[in-house]
Design a protein. Structure first.
Length: 148
């Protein structure tokens, strides 16, 4: 079976996971604006609408409504390395978050449809969400891609 899979990869009939990830990172690339947000079941849309998530390679940068970097408590820009898995359903995203000099992992799922990105992220240390729904320890954010 392994020979068959390797042969299919070489013949080009299956796409290697690395290529699929690179293509997905490219699709995510750019600036996304918050259109709605819920945390722990509470609507936060009015508070965060217009904030921006900029995907640059495998780094997610947070910005305010004017495009200025949001700062962490240590005054450094809030930039979060991420890893994705495109072979799961739903697709998964793991974000590294820096808090007071320590790195924490936030596990999530995402859906990318045309120019809309939906992120469902757990609080650091909590299990990965299994559905696109805000609940205790889970934040749901819907973003629209900003066209240049």
């Amino acid at each position: 079976m392994m020979v068959l899979v390797c042969g299919m990869l070489l013949a080009g009939t299956m796409q290697p996971p690395g290529d699929a990830i690179s293509q997905e990172v490219q699709r995510l690339g750019g600036t996304w604006q918050v259109t709605s947000s819920q945390s722990e079941g509470n609507d936060l849309t009015e508070r965060v609408k217009g904030y921006r998530y900029v995907f640059d390679g495998q780094l997610m940068k947070l910005q305010d409504r004017q495009g200025k970097p949001i700062k962490r408590a240590d005054s450094k820009p809030d930039e979060r390395p991420f890893l994705i898995n495109v072979l799961t359903n739903p697709k998964t995203i793991d974000l590294t978050i820096q808090v007071k000099g320590k790195a924490y992992l936030s596990l999530g799922i995402y859906r990318l449809q045309d120019d809309e990105l939906t992120l469902c992220l757990s609080e650091p240390g909590a299990p990965r969400p299994t559905e696109f729904k805000s609940r205790q320890g889970v934040t749901l954010v819907v973003l629209q891609k900003i066209k240049k």
